[in-house]
Design a protein around this ligand. Structure first.
Ligand code: BGC
Length: 531
């Protein structure tokens, strides 16, 4: 029955807190979300750069010779572990960095963690753009990866915490919107730099990542930290002042008290990662991990990283292929806006389920066209079929962009209780990058061996993840972030079974105080003294 006592921990459980949509919230969110730009730029830039002959000749001469000879199977000419490592080293570094980022988001706050990310990005960009040899190139990529680890940890948390509940989904998706803008920007840049004669186009492509890097760094200098993080770090007065400012009202006491309660329980937890493994945190953990694996097994990055290579493979020629990538990039951005608009109205589940059907069908159609029309060495995919493939890719990307893309980041950032939020987000980012790495590393080999069957492989996964959503993913729309345990997990047909071991020792002090308050005497209740 500990849970029964805890339900009162939210002083205004079930009631919406007063919150205006203030300019400071909007501006802070826009600035913080630029962390997504950097991630997107890195995702988008490598595909185009690895299709540039000058780049290949300098760093990957073996691949370069293969593309020149034109003897190999279409599906296999880019299959090279070194080349794949260039793309994927970023993700390996990122997934390692995220554990450090978990510590910094908790101890230094969300804002400083974003600043650290910005600095990693700047140094990484300088090394990459000036790379003289493969080592410099890879080290630069590794530093960018560290930046991604820190940014992807701090930004989604920042956005979910600072947003008023009723538009939390939309504001959080600004992160993903920036990811897609970053990808599109990278595609446009590659389209231009590929035309540069003199062999330095790729340097410009890699160097322009400096723009998002600077934006994030400057943004992090100007935003305020979230009240949740300030209070978690014991800065109660500052947290309260920030809360008042961002909510645009003096009536913040109920929300403030809820944050203090959440933070007090969080303070009891000495080992966040061990705590994450406790039975009562299992539902959020399973969902966060599953969402990341599923997001990557939609096959999105197979298309994102390698779209130029893929289009080239399909016989589009290198110019047309960059052109097609720009189209897919634009579809990605626009469709993400659909999600911003609808996520707090339709809810998370509707978007994921609709997109599941759309992604499944488009992948099957793609596999059929490619299976019938692309032979190993032909370079003449009839233009009607080529257009059909591009349309199917766009259909697939749009569905991803209003579902798994943004929601893969949103849902984990809003479902963990404060006590495990940093650790939970770190596992989220780590698993995401791990599986991004797996796909990046395996895709070209898979393409070589499975050929068009690769789309059938991913469509099977889409089916599995849609059933997962149908039965196991609860709706989190319009639920205040610190009330998820009571209003989501304890009401779900399966996950509520995991909520019965609410650890008395962890929460007893909080329950006692709440009971005392309910009985009319504060029992010396002073949030400050509890922290
Ligand atoms: C994913 C990335 C992906 C991007 C595409 C993000 O949500 O995490 O791996 O490249 O969406 O838009």
């Amino acid at each position: 029955m500990a849970g029964g006592g805890l339900s009162a921990s939210a002083p205004a459980a079930g009631v919406e807190f007063e919150a205006k949509i203030t300019p400071i919230v909007i501006i802070s969110c826009i600035m913080a979300a630029t962390g997504g730009l950097m991630f997107g730029y890195d995702v988008g830039v490598s595909g185009g750069v690895t299709a540039m002959p000058d780049f290949l000749e300098k760093f990957f001469p073996v691949v370069y010779r293969k593309t020149q000879e034109d003897l190999d199977s279409n599906y296999c000419k880019y299959d090279n572990q070194g080349l794949q490592l260039f793309t994927s080293s970023l993700y390996l570094a990122g997934l390692t960095a995220t554990f450090f980022a978990s510590y910094t988001t908790r101890v230094l706050g969300r804002r400083l963690t974003m600043l650290i990310a910005g600095i990693f990005f700047i140094v990484g960009v300088v090394l990459n753009a000036g790379a003289q040899d493969l080592a410099m190139l890879i080290i630069g990529r590794i530093l960018l990866g560290c930046g991604v680890g820190f940014a992807n940890q701090a930004v989604p948390l920042f956005l979910s915490e600072i947003a008023p509940t009723r538009i939390r989904g939309g504001l959080n998706i600004l992160f993903q919107l920036n990811v897609t803008i970053g990808i599109l920007f990278a595609n446009l840049v590659n389209y231009g730099t590929a035309k540069i004669k003199g062999g330095w186009g790729w340097r410009l492509s890699l160097g322009l990542a400096g723009i998002p890097a600077l934006l994030l760094t400057i943004g992090a200098l100007f935003v305020v930290d979230t009240p949740n993080s300030l209070i978690e770090r014991g800065r109660l007065e500052q947290g309260k002042a920030v809360l008042r400012k961002i909510r645009g009202t003096d009536n913040i006491e109920p929300e403030y008290l809820e944050l203090v309660e959440a933070s007090r329980i969080a303070k009891e937890v000495k080992h966040p990662f061990r705590n994450l493994l406790k039975r009562r945190n299992r539902p959020q953990l399973i969902i966060a991990v599953a969402l990341q694996i599923f997001q990557q097994f939609t096959g999105i990055n197979a298309i994102m990283f390698y779209a130029p290579v893929l289009f080239d493979t399909l016989g589009f020629g290198s110019d047309a292929s960059l052109y097609s990538t720009v189209i897919t990039g634009a579809v990605n951005v626009v469709s993400t806006m659909v999600s911003i608009y609808s996520v707090d109205k339709l809810g998370r589940r509707v978007l994921l389920l609709e997109a599941g059907i759309q992604m499944f069908l488009s992948q099957i159609v793609m596999a059929i066209i490619l299976g019938i029309k692309v032979t190993d060495n032909s370079n003449d995919l009839h233009s009607a079929y080529a257009i059909a493939v591009v349309i199917m890719i766009c259909t697939f990307i749009s569905a991803f962009a209003w579902s798994w893309g943004p929601l893969g980041w949103l849902i984990p950032s809003e479902t963990f209780p404060l006590e495990t939020r940093s650790a939970g987000q770190s596992v989220t980012v780590c698993v995401n990058l791990l599986f991004t790495f797996v796909i990046a590393q395996a895709f070209l080999s898979m393409l070589c061996h499975l050929k068009y069957g690769i789309f059938i492989f991913f469509s099977g996964w889409v089916l599995i993840m849609s059933f997962f959503v149908l039965f196991l993913l609860p709706e989190t729309k319009n639920i205040p972030i610190e009330e998820m345990t009571e209003r989501v997990w304890k009401r779900h047909w399966l996950w509520k079974r995991f909520m019965d071991d609410y650890d008395y020792e962890d929460v007893l002090p909080a329950i006692n105080d709440i009971e005392a308050k309910k009985n009319g005497h504060t029992n010396g209740f002073d949030p400050a003294s509890q922290l």
